[in-house]
Design a protein around this ligand. Structure first.
Ligand code: PHE
Length: 365
């Protein structure tokens, strides 16, 4: 831009307009710095105009000097305003970058699940899901849910259940002992049956009293060598009914009602004579094979039935141990594996997968 004193006003205006355009187009601090340099630096038209002021008459010099100072201030103002805008944008960008987005699921994914492309919202383990469904089924049949300790004394796990020391039936449960011997052995419970004793004791001593209609889910421990159908830490759900006039027919009917409610109307139950020290008579209960629906297949050894758990009428000697009069009261009990239930319902080939925490397995449920 050449400096023509005759239309200095107009030139200042267009300089300001040009500056407005250039400054608003500067999209970073560096760009803005460059623009400012172009507009106000030594080689800028504004500086050139300034330099020529010296050649003017004093009167003009004053007038034009003021004008150019106004232009300079205007441009300065525009630059500062743009700098503030850019600073605000930059810090917003930084904040957005450093902010944690709680809805961003993949942030929390393990590399394994990310590779598979699964959404990795956590969910309940299959065994927990199964436990809750089983509880719901029994609650729907009028039972309440109770729990007991996983660390037990010998008395609750064995003796009160009609297994005095050296009783051969203790061999049915490969026990983890925490403290073997005097004054009393402490162990990890091998089944949920000791919770029956706790419940009956508190019914006799406490306010709840009899009758009892309860299910008791929980973790159990056995010194089993793990294989496709056995894991050393597993889950059982125990059932106990104590009332007046309870018969074996009530037991069989309860098991059949539960089986069809949980597995579906095509799955039924049957009882086979068996032995447990704490029930008399005792039975093993089987359900229709869930794989072949009773036709016969490899899983059920072509019988069409699969064993689920044990059951029987509460042995009067157990009632004696807790102080319930077996001439007045009778009852039945049952117990079966929660993991086994899930294994059968979802046709899981190897029970050990329940413990491996392999997300490819877990995310199927
Ligand atoms: N506690 C037995 C077991 O673990 C199962 C059972 C429970 C049997 C209740 C009869 C009555 O094998």
């Amino acid at each position: 831009m050449t400096f023509d004193i005759s239309n200095i006003e107009q030139q200042s205006q267009s300089l300001i307009q040009e500056a407005e355009g250039l400054i608003s187009q500067a999209n970073s601090m560096d760009e803005l710095k460059q623009t400012k340099q172009d507009l106000m630096g030594d080689k800028s038209p504004l500086s050139q105009m300034h330099r020529k002021i010296g050649t003017l008459e004093p009167e003009q010099r004053k007038q034009i000097g003021r004008l150019l100072n106004e232009v300079k201030e205007r441009i300065d103002g525009l630059v500062s305003k743009r700098r503030e805008e850019l600073e605000a944008q930059e810090s917003l960008g930084q904040r957005q970058e450093s902010q944690m987005d709680l809805t961003e699921v993949l942030l929390f994914s393990t590399s394994a699940t990310a590779a598979l492309g699964y959404l990795t919202r956590g969910h309940m383990h299959l065994v927990t899901q199964t436990q809750i469904e089983l509880e719901d089924t029994f609650v729907g049949m009028g039972f309440f849910v109770a729990e007991g300790p996983e660390v037990e004394t010998d008395w609750y796990n064995f003796e009160a259940l009609n297994m005095p020391p050296d009783h051969p039936a203790r061999g049915m449960w490969d026990t983890f002992y925490l403290n073997l011997g005097a004054p009393e052995s402490i162990l990890l419970r091998t089944h949920t049956s000791p919770v029956q004793i706790h419940l009956m004791e508190s019914a006799v001593q406490g306010e709840d009293g009899l009758p009892i209609y309860a299910v008791m889910p929980g973790r159990c421990y056995r010194r089993d060598t793990p294989d496709a159908r056995h894991i050393p830490v597993f889950h059982q759900i125990e059932g106990l009914v104590v009332d007046k006039g309870i018969t074996f027919a009530d037991l069989a009917g309860t098991i059949e009602a539960f089986t069809t409610a949980y597995f579906g109307s095509s799955i039924h139950s049957r009882l086979r004579p068996s032995y447990f020290p704490f029930t008399e008579p005792s039975a093993e209960f089987e359900i229709t094979c869930t794989i072949c629906e009773g036709v016969g297949c490899r899983t059920c050894s072509n019988t069409g039935w699969i064993e689920l758990g044990g059951c029987g009428m509460v042995n009067p000697r157990v009632f004696d141990a807790v102080g319930i009069d077996s001439l007045v009261w009778s009852g039945f009990a049952f117990g079966f594996g929660i993991d086994r239930c899930a294994q059968m319902r979802y046709q899981i080939a190897d029970m050990r997968q329940m413990l491996e925490n392999d997300v490819r397995f877990l995310y199927q449920f």
